[in-house]
Ligand binder design. Structure first.
Ligand code: NAD
Ligand code: DAU
Length: 354
């Protein structure tokens, strides 16, 4: 039995679906169902006795303690977080609450329960904290990619809150001997990605005939990893990672935002051409830049490959095509996600262009 937090979100739901597709070990899925949590992502395992969904907060010490005592999981994997940089700029409070205070309370609950385990169960237990490359800050054009020894230099309220959570996880290992592992991953993309993030937003807006908003000059670089590859990396670190260690996860796929959007337009032009015969590129609109926008992220995943033999299965070209096809095949999911809360956010962020 494992306990996953945030398993109704983008990466968490992909992780739960993959986990149950690959074995029979049950999952307790604790999720607060914020705007980003969607039970529909888990429709394929609805009613599956191996999947126990619990609606609740990682910051609820009593609830987490009860789940640990009742199910005695061999691992806790913490995906739960507020994850959208733009939202953190508009309102950092929820990020501090979930990413910092929530992670702290989760650690406290795990520490109290772990302390009472028998030695054998103690040896087997792992807490894996899922984090981001954004904690390392921003790279200049020719800087080497981030490795695990880079300094933490978070630049947004989101990345600062994730950095704080990483430090807490590290401290709980160092001080209390909690058996933790941390992964810092680059930008994910794939199925069930909430359409507030660049790739699903562009696919959705393109098909809806809306503007494709590019922040600033569109030359910011992100390092893209197909979500299923992130899930396989987490499984690998869970099974073989050294206690207290950090593993960077990335796909060696650095791309400028404008190039990503051009690629999406080209695939959509091919798979679902506009009725007027024009390219989706004509919908591209340059908008005001994100405040404090990090220029470049790039992950050096050498350690994970060298020590644990992990490599991504998808290239950007194969993964992005699969992703566009998934959105074309799952328009009902997209329509359901574009709910009231999401629409309010679109209005606030993009005003009349929403
Ligand atoms: P997401 O926003 O899609 O999902 C987050 C999930 O956490 C949602 O289901 C939400 O309901 C749940 N949640 C939020 N607050 C909670 C709380 N207090 N208690 C319980 N559940 C809560 O996020 P994501 O993109 O799937 O990211 C998952 C994790 O991976 C995050 O920790 C994020 O920082 C990290 N990460 C994301 C990316 C990426 O590209 N998306 C890359 C690297 C790391
Ligand atoms: O690097 C890992 C991080 O990647 C994760 O930790 C975050 O949870 C995840 O949201 C993501 O952060 P980014 O800020 O990089 O992702 P986002 O999709 O919001 O933006 C990707 C790039 O595209 C970024 O440079 C901003 C730009 N952008 C984004 C949106 C939503 C645009 O140009 N236009 C847009 O409308």
């Amino acid at each position: 039995m494992i306990l996953v937090t945030g398993g109704a979100g983008f990466i968490g739901s992909n992780f739960v679906l993959d986990w149950l597709a690959q074995g029979n070990e049950p999952v307790i899925n604790l999720d607060a169902l914020t705007y980003a949590g969607n039970r529909e992502n888990l429709a394929a395992v609805d009613g599956d006795p191996r999947h126990i969904f619990v609606h609740g907060d990682i910051g609820d010490f009593e609830l987490v303690s009860r789940l640990l005592a009742e199910h005695q999981p061999r691992a806790v994997i913490n995906f739960a977080a507020e994850s959208h940089v733009d939202r953190s700029i508009h309102g950092p409070e929820d990020f501090i609450q979930t990413n910092i205070v929530g992670t702290f309370r989760l650690l406290e609950a795990v520490r109290a329960w772990y302390g009472q385990l028998a030695p054998e169960a103690k040896n087997a237990f792992r807490l894996l904290h899922v984090s981001t490359d954004e904690v390392y800050g921003s790279l200049a054009k020719d800087d080497p990619a981030f490795n695990e020894n880079n300094r933490y230099e978070p630049n947004s309220p989101y990345s600062a809150s994730k950095a704080a959570s990483d430090h807490l996880v590290r401290a709980y290992h160092h001080t209390y001997g909690l058996p933790v592992l941390t992964t810092n991953c680059s930008n994910n993309y794939g199925p069930y990605h909430f359409p507030e993030k660049l790739i699903p937003l562009v696919i959705h807006n393109a098909l809806a005939g809306k503007p494709l908003p590019i922040y600033g000059d569109g030359q910011q670089i992100r390092d893209w990893l197909y979500v299923k590859d992130h899930c396989s990396a987490i499984r690998r670190v869970l099974e073989g990672g050294k206690l207290g260690e950090v593993y960077n996860v990335g796909g060696w796929n650095e791309k400028a935002n404008l190039d990503v959007v051009h690629t999406l337009c080209a695939i959509l032009d091919e798979l679902s051409p506009r009725a007027d015969g024009q390219s989706y590129r004509t919908q591209i609109t340059f908008v005001t830049d994100r405040p404090g926008h990090d220029r470049r992220y790039a992950i050096d995943a050498t350690k994970l490959e060298r020590e644990l033999g992990w490599k991504p299965a998808e290239t950007f070209e194969t993964g992005i095509r699969k992703t566009v096809q998934w959105y074309l095949d799952n328009q009902a999911w997209v329509n359901n996600v574009t709910s009231g809360a999401y629409r309010d956010w679109l209005g606030k962020q993009y005003g009349a262009n929403a």
